[in-house]
Design a protein around this ligand. Structure first.
Ligand code: KG4
Ligand code: ZN
Length: 317
């Protein structure tokens, strides 16, 4: 985080190089903290994500599995996030509709059998977490943006600024094979926040090195957060009704958001639908969820060969 903060976001090359420096210590530390000397298999994230970082993990995992003579199991990053729900609350009541919201993804899946995922919708442009990070940056709040915007939002008026909600109803011309009707879009919202901030700065005659007054920033954060959370939850609960879901889940870094957590529980109670959300430490990227998804794949007989490679845009099926 300190490295990303210094650059105001993730610089892929710097990230990958830091992974090389850290990976031995992180894996060694995890095993010693857990008091485990031997493992029966090695699970590794194959994708999607930044290819440099993925390659470090895949190469390291292959070497470790080879050296220990144990099987290697590939894991999809988002299947890992979905598995964090199971780690936290046990097997989902199926069918379930799960929203994965992170810095890189905003995707909606239907889960009809354990370990089987059907994509219902995804973002056409920015991920929800990315929108948080960009809005934080333009308000001068630092990186990562989610937690700080969330905190500032709790002090603001969420109706102060009428930011627009984007509702996608047409198919994606660039991806004719995908359903598209439940896709998300957050770039328009980000642009309206930018426009609002630019207008307010001009109206107040602020010099470049000065930020908007605190209460205005709080109101912008609250109004932005209301739109993001309502957009995500409208889509999630609509899909749940449409697919007769018995439960809904929210995973990924943005599921740490306080309003998303509170509002989803409220909507779940109103509809008598079970809502699964992992605890904060399992919401953001972590290795426990990859191990859990790896165990599911391992039990299903999935094994990777020594030719396994990272796949930056791996699909989840
Ligand atoms: O899942 P994650 O740790 O990494 C990715 O796979 O992207 O998600 C990180 C994202 C960041 O964009 C961060 O700003 C966002 O999750 N995030 C939040 C909150 N905590 C983290 N967004 C909104 N509210 C939060 N409380
Ligand atoms: Zn993630």
């Amino acid at each position: 985080m300190a490295l990303h903060r210094e650059w105001g976001g993730i610089v892929p090359e710097l990230s990958a190089r830091q992974h090389i420096r850290d990976i031995c210590g992180v894996v060694g530390g995890a095993l010693s903290d857990a008091g485990v000397a031997d493992v029966d298999a090695i699970a590794v994230t194959q994708g999607p994500g930044l290819v440099g970082s993925l390659l470090v993990g895949v190469s390291f995992a292959k070497s470790l599995a080879w050296a220990k003579r144990v099987p290697l199991v590939p894991v999809h990053h988002l299947a890992g996030h979905i598995e964090s729900l199971v780690l936290e609350g046990g097997e989902l009541q199926l069918p379930a509709v799960v929203l994965v919201v992170s810095g890189g993804h905003t995707s909606l899946y239907r889960v009809s059998q354990p370990g089987r995922y059907e994509l219902l919708g995804r973002t056409r442009d920015d991920a929800a977490g990315e929108a948080y990070d960009k809005v934080a940056k333009l308000l001068g709040l630092g990186y990562p943006g989610g937690p700080v915007v969330d905190r500032r939002a709790s002090r603001g008026n969420d109706r102060a600024i009428p930011f627009p909600k984007t509702r996608i109803t047409h198919a994606d011309r660039n991806a004719p094979g995908l359903p598209g009707r439940r896709d998300f879009s957050f770039s328009g919202l980000k642009t309206s926040v930018l426009r609002h901030v630019t207008q307010r700065r001009a109206a107040l005659g602020l010099p470049d090195d000065q930020h908007l007054p605190e209460t205005e920033v709080d109101d912008i954060c609250a109004s932005f957060q209301r739109v993001v959370v309502e957009t995500l939850l409208d889509s999630l609960f609509d899909a749940a009704r449409w697919h007769d879901a018995r439960s809904v889940g929210i995973a990924g870094g943005v599921s740490a958001n306080s309003r998303l957590r509170a509002d989803s529980r409220q909507r779940g109670e109103a509809r008598e639908l079970q809502v699964f959300i992992p605890g904060i430490e399992l919401s953001t990227d972590n290795a426990a969820m990859i191990a859990a998804a790896g165990l599911r794949n391992f039990r299903a007989g999935m094994r990777a060969g020594w030719d396994l490679s990272a796949d930056a845009s791996l699909a989840l099926t």
